[in-house]
Design a protein around this ligand. Structure first.
Ligand code: NDP
Length: 269
């Protein structure tokens, strides 16, 4: 979708266009780009090894991990059952399918507010389901939500389950002020249910060698992008639980590249 806060694009830019621009720029400097899933790594000694798609092993002097973070789900069985049939963790990817319909977004942070506002432009009505009695999002983002007429914020509500048919989600059962004398359940009719409750860093495959914090984010040394393994560096959301913005990720990408270049220079000195 529109990226409004990446420097150098005074009119904003769409994500795919920005990615294509970055790819072309990297290729101009000789980058050999290949696609595949890193299914295993061996960082036990030099050279480092990365297994791609479970079969091909690539050896490298230096590795930069930039695997990002994946959206969290509530863990409801009905949410699993309707995944891809009304349940989504990316409003900007899937919102189009809900044009003119009623949807709900879960969460109270910047992502939830941003997604609710985006969906409000496409959908008839957007419920924002917030478990606390306040939004954690930035003031500006909150104001956008409160200014948008077709967003209804349901504070102190939690989702009990989703219901629907073979065609997909048709509604959600919610509970208000659970565990208090005011506890009450409520049903909302919706066609789409969007999760915006945070992310889990994609570090599973590296944990055997790479030090991570209690949330699973890669720990880097001081202001560098060095991990605990010499020659392995980390950049972007996978090592950044705080800022999680494109420009912040690009900044750490630059640092990781410089760290890796210096490491390789010393290795071959
Ligand atoms: P956050 O961790 O900030 O917010 C997660 C939200 O989900 C919180 O309101 C939390 O509730 C709620 N939540 C978590 N688990 C559950 C659950 N099981 N049931 C119901 N609600 C739940 O994540 P975001 O993705 O919103 O933001 C991540 C970072 O990215 C932040 O630093 C944010 O500022 C930044 N960001 C900035 C943007 C921008 O500036 N354009 C856009 C998007 C993100 P509770 O408050 O009760 O803990």
């Amino acid at each position: 979708t529109e990226v409004e806060n990446f420097p150098g694009y005074p009119e904003g830019v769409t994500g795919p266009v920005m990615m294509e621009d970055m790819r072309k720029q990297a290729e101009r400097f000789g980058t050999d780009i290949r696609f595949g899933i890193a299914t295993d790594v061996d960082f036990s000694g030099h050279p480092h090894k990365v297994t791609i798609d479970g079969e091909k092993v690539i050896e490298a002097d230096a590795v930069i991990i930039a695997t990002g973070a994946t959206a969290k789900y509530l863990g409801l069985p009905s949410e699993e059952a309707f995944r891809g049939a009304g349940v989504s963790a990316c409003a900007t990817c899937d919102g189009f399918f809900y044009r003119g319909k009623d949807v709900a977004v879960v969460g109270g942070g910047d992502t939830a507010c941003e997604e609710a506002t985006y969906l409000a432009g496409l959908c008839r009505k957007v419920y924002l389901i917030v478990r606390k009695n306040y939004l954690r999002a930035s003031k500006a983002m909150q104001e956008r939500v409160f200014r948008t007429e077709n967003i209804e914020v349901l504070f102190e509500h939690n989702t009990l389950e989703l219901f629907g048919s073979d065609m997909g989600v048709e509604g959600a059962r919610l509970v208000y002020k659970k565990g208090t004398p005011e506890e009450a359940t409520k049903e909302i009719k919706i066609d789409g249910f969007f999760l915006a409750i945070g992310h889990t860093p994609n570090t599973e495959v590296f944990k055997k060698y790479i030090e991570v914090d209690e949330q699973g984010y890669i720990i880097t040394e001081g202001k560098s992008c060095k991990t605990n393994v010499p020659g392995v560096f980390a950049a972007g959301d996978v090592m950044d639980p705080i800022y999680r913005q494109g420009i912040a990720a690009a900044g750490t990408g630059c640092r990781a590249a410089i760290d890796a270049e210096r490491y390789i220079g010393e290795l071959h000195a």
